[in-house]
Ligand binder design. Structure first.
Ligand code: FAD
Ligand code: NAD
Length: 481
């Protein structure tokens, strides 16, 4: 007999696994189908994020940052270290261990929540039926459900001029697996992945060149912050070219010749490894045959309405597979919201306050509007900034680059955007997100006592600076923009 569920979730990334757990918590009979296999061929939950994205990249960023800190003797002149050795194979083992601890954790959560975990490839049929091809080669089966949540995620985009060969030219997944440090590393795309992976391998000693097609560096970030970031990265030795258009690549024995144009001139770059990091596209190929009637756009993203429901009744889509920022926490928030709605509750996602983070050194984090957004929208605003050079804690840490910048509505002082570049920006941004979620004013933040000495005092001071009342810097005259 065909198995029937209240909810079937397709995909166990941060969107799908969170949706499945919340559905089960809300008392629904839930199954989650996922096809990801680890390098040993065993099912591994957690999707791109845990297996080949957020977690392994952050593990390598942490380890490489630690190594770079050890190598930077000038930071702490009283410490003398000798014989620091790098064993990249052991570092990769450590990273893999971190990944398997976390993916194992999801398996445990599924078991303890009574979720039926099915390792296989799912294909949507009509009438809320799902056809499953198990990864272990066992018999295919057909399941049905009252509700289906599609959370099949995304995969790297490839480009004609640099076809991935799984060896010299690779995507982000391959870039997380190098077991030798490339002497010369090229990266196409200076977006989030390019900058994070470029930072990892630069810290381990690679000579890194990033070729970015757009003239504007980090267009989604506030202009101020992007300019500071570009200067910092270049200072660290990341050779970033904007307006660089890759026209061809040629793989030689152990290297790649990259041809590109920049400012109307042709150039060639010789690298040992080339990473293509030009964005990701929705995983919808083969997911739903035409007869299922599922609507996607020309980029393959699934169409959803405000309730995250597709054009097919009771079939929802969440995470990277729908339009919007491709971020794990955004997908998870959608997963919870859909589960709540299916259970008859009000689930909502506040897209205005989703934080974005780039985990480089310094880190960059922001939420809400940029100055450019506000200017374009014709909204009067005031700004307050505070540099980490004036923070006691940042000085004690010897991490003084960067600043916090707050944008507040000139009419009612509501915080409209917060932008941070500096140490632990990824953690500091949470305060700004919370403030915006509660529609707090800059004054609300300014009246909040922050512990001393902490980096969070820079957020406090930036809020004070909106009114020209910061204590530890000379205030610029507060004014409406
Ligand atoms: P995914 O995580 O892609 O999961 C989808 C799952 O569905 C996969 O397991 C896939 O195998 C499975 N699947 C697909 N099709 C089928 C099918 N037909 N049948 C069965 N299973 C199927 N985001 C952040 O917020 N912070 C970060 O620090 C961060 N770092 C990143 C670093 C890298 C290198 C990369 C590549 C991405 C990073 N991201 C980060 C983005 C983040 O990984 C994604 O936004 C997130 O994983 C999307 O979650 P998802 O659940 O929508 O999809
Ligand atoms: P991205 O959109 O951040 O950056 C891609 C960059 O490549 C862009 O700057 C784009 O202009 C450039 N580009 C596009 N085509 C090009 C070409 N032909 N030649 C040169 N440059 C080109 O995408 P990504 O870095 O690939 O990351 C993919 C997704 O994963 C993003 O949506 C991101 O949100 C997510 N991600 C998030 C994090 C994080 O939250 N810290 C980390 C990694 C990835």
């Amino acid at each position: 007999m065909k198995k029937h569920y209240d909810v079937i979730v397709i995909g166990a990334g941060p969107a799908g696994y969170v949706a499945a757990i919340r559905c089960a918590q809300l008392g629904m009979k839930t199954a989650c189908i996922d096809e990801w296999l680890d390098p040993e061929g065993k099912p591994s939950l957690g999707g791109t994020c845990l297996n080949a994205g957020c977690i392994p990249s952050k593990a390598l960023l942490e380890i490489s940052e630690y190594y770079a800190g050890l190598m930077d003797a000038s930071a702490h002149p009283g410490i003398h270290l000798k014989n620091i050795e790098l064993d990249i194979k052991k570092i990769q083992q450590e990273k893999n261990q971190i990944v398997s601890e976390l993916t194992g954790g999801i398996h445990t959560l599924f078991r303890t929540n009574g979720i039926t975990s099915i390792a296989g490839r799912a294909q949507l049929q009509s009438d809320r039926k799902v056809f499953v091809t198990p990864t272990d080669g066992k018999k295919n089966e057909e399941l049905s459900a009252d509700n289906i949540i599609i959370a099949t995620g995304s995969q790297p985009i490839d480009i004609q001029a640099a076809r991935m060969d799984g060896n010299n030219i690779t995507d982000s997944e391959g870039a997380l697996e190098f077991d030798e440090i490339p002497g010369r590393l090229g990266i196409i795309g200076a977006g989030v992945i390019g900058l994070e992976m470029g930072s990892v391998w630069r810290r381990f000693g690679s000579q890194v060149t990033l070729l970015e097609a757009q003239e504007t560096f980090l267009p989604a970030a506030d202009r101020d912050i992007a300019a500071l970031a570009l200067a910092e990265y270049r200072n660290q030795g990341l050779d970033i070219h904007t307006g660089a258009c890759v026209t061809a690549t040629e793989c030689n024995n152990n290297s790649v010749t990259v041809s590109f144009t920049e400012s109307g001139e042709s150039h060639q770059l010789e690298v040992d490894k080339l990473i293509v990091a030009v964005g990701r596209r929705a995983n919808t190929e083969g997911l739903a045959p035409k007869e299922s009637g599922l609507l996607t756009d020309e980029g393959g993203n699934i169409h959803v309405n405000e309730d995250l429901m597709t054009n097919l009744p009771n079939i929802y889509a969440i995470g990277d597979v729908i339009p919007g920022p491709m971020l794990a926490h955004k997908g998870s928030a959608e997963g919870v919201a859909v589960a709540e709605r299916i259970a008859g509750r009000t689930g909502r996602v506040n897209y205005e306050t989703i934080p974005a983070v780039i985990y480089t050194e310094p880190e960059i984090a922001w939420a809400g509007q940029t100055e450019d957004n506000l200017k374009q929208a014709g909204i009067d605003y005031r700004t307050g900034s505070f540099p980490f050079t004036a923070s006691g804690r940042a000085r004690a840490m010897r991490k003084t680059s960067g600043k916090v910048k707050i944008l507040a509505d000139a009419n009612n002082d509501e915080i409209l955007g917060i932008h941070i570049i500096g140490a632990h920006a990824s953690e500091l941004i949470a305060e700004g997100v919370l403030a915006m979620e509660y529609r707090a004013t800059a004054e609300d933040l300014a009246l909040t006592i922050h512990a001393h000495p902490t980096l969070s005092e820079a957020v406090h001071e930036a809020a004070l600076a909106v009114d020209g009342e910061a204590i530890h810097i000379v205030n610029r005259k507060a004014g409406v923009k």
